[in-house]
Design a protein around this ligand. Sequence first.
Ligand code: DGY
Length: 323
Amino acid sequence: MIKPSVFVTRRWPAAVEAKLAEDYNVVLNTGDKPLSPAEIRESIKTYDAVLPTVTDTLNAEALDVPKAQARILGNYGVGYSHICESSARTLGLTVTNTPDVLSECTADIAMTLLLMVARRAGEGEREVRAGQWTGWRPTHLIGTKVSGKTLGIIGYGRIGQEMARRAHHGFGMDILVYNRSQVAPEVLAQCNATQVASVDDLLPQCDFVSLHCPGGAANRHLINARRLDLMKQDAFLINTARGEVVDDTALTQALMFDMIGGAGLDVFDGEPRINPDLMQCDNVVMLPHLGSATREAREAMGFRVLDNLSDFFEGRTPRDQVI
Ligand code: DGY
């Protein structure tokens, strides 16, 4: 039997690439250079399966082909707002993602950012490395206590729930939740969480707000100037979801004028470009989209794509079909 041809847009962990090469006729992007929309378009015309990831552009332009050879996009990553849903449907493409396997690690990074910004760890590290630390003193780099505070979680899917577990059971935090649909009472009960009716209801009550909702047009600038203004003046915003969920111009203003306490960001609108004004703010901790960046999660994500591919090519509905 002829093996399906598969194109992988970026390098993956070696163990997963080896398994892919065993099962399929695989073409890798050996130089690991980001592909242009034209190169993505070409791959869709050429291979039976294309395996993109969250930084590839699969917008209407990239998916504008008269006829696709590809029948499945096996996305490496849980978010798929970079894939134009209507174009994928028009081409008859099945799209899958990789949920579950990165939830704990992404929540770990959200908690890392929360602790770092509250305890001014980024500022402290910069000071030590610059050789500017002059020693312990009672008034040095005073931060904010985390334990026992109120955390608002926007988007109570798998990652939001993992974040709640860490914050509630590890740090005794009270959990408020905003989620588009009603969360089952037994799920809320696991972290003694309370669901509120709107983002506007949630923001004024929280010492920390962590974003775990999807990106894309529906949530673009969900956190805007008006909503930043609803936050407490000493509250912190954490974003490990998608850059576009936060209006970064409004956020920069809020940080510069101390309208909020600070922010911890793992994702940026238009990343890897970062609003230069954000770089000037000391009350922000920034990481380069590290949410799922552990050996364990990245391998599990790759093997999850393999599961979806074998389901698809063996005639079963892939377990993680999203389109
Ligand atoms: C995702 O999977 O959507 C993350 O942003 C990268 O792991």
